[in-house]
Design a protein around this ligand. Sequence first.
Ligand SMILES: O=C[C@H](O)COP(=O)(O)O
Length: 329
Amino acid sequence: MHTAQKSGLDQLPQVTEPRNPGMSLDMDWVMRARANRSAIERRAATLPGRRSVKKAHQAAWLARAISCIDLTTLAGDDTAGRVARLCSKARQPVRADLLDTIGMPGLTVGAVCVYHDMIAPAVAALQGSGIPVAAVSTGFPAGLSPFHLRVAEIEESVKAGAAEIDIVISRRHVLTGNWQALYDEMRTFRAACGEAHVKAILATGELGTLQNVARASLVCMMAGADFIKTSTGKESVNATLPVSLVMMRAIRDYHEATGFRVGYKPAGGISKAKDSLTYLALVKEELGDRWLRPDLFRFGASSLLGDIERQLEHHVTGAYSASWRHAMG
Ligand SMILES: O=C[C@H](O)COP(=O)(O)O
């Protein structure tokens, strides 16, 4: 039997999901959304210690994690050369012989995520690979530039070849409870994206409460987000398990009520293979197997791939290599 089947993971043929069209803003639903912090934190605390993925199946789960990575570089000193190197890594994330051994030849990451000016080199370097380029947008990371420029930035990035746009929401709309303003903003961003898929970055570390996270998640989905994403990677607190529980449950509620599946992207500070397994197990438990695919789940991460590669190498060869051998860009 194939490694992936034995592991409890299904194979990865393309599945096409109808895009979330959004709906009108339902304020009753938004205000009903609550988050019981102590219950959520208790549940989150039990997750990392659990052996939800058996050792023999880890290679298949780690390979799945790779397929869901938005391989990211968002640094002020990014260059076309660094992005090109990152894109070769995206095309072949792990040594070919390791992938053959675990029965996953041709595995790639989910997308490459860059700033606007790096879209062109990324598109050129990924040509023919089928790997989409995602661009952070709308005045990332703070989202405080003039609104018309934020909208224009989306349009420019789509024109430059980005197939996915990671927008940042205005945190102040959440902090002041101005849900209509958040909805209108997100609606406009979604429209500017056109065919490109839009990920709504909530910057959860700046939203104050888990209840705000639950409400902002719902409002962004109502406004047509294809994905909701935790963080920019630049806040002082980025992806966490409690926040992930709240956002996944909002996604589940939205699916139950509307029939549309919205994707989930934890981002920022996820750098260890074992953490990626915890997240995948949580997705499986909270949302189900359908979400364990790159069209509905991504890790936003700049250094996770290096650790997963080391763990896979260890799995296959029994030895760890030095981390410098797994440079990203
Ligand atoms: O969206 C992706 C994040 O910016 C990456 O954060 P990271 O560098 O902590 O992995």
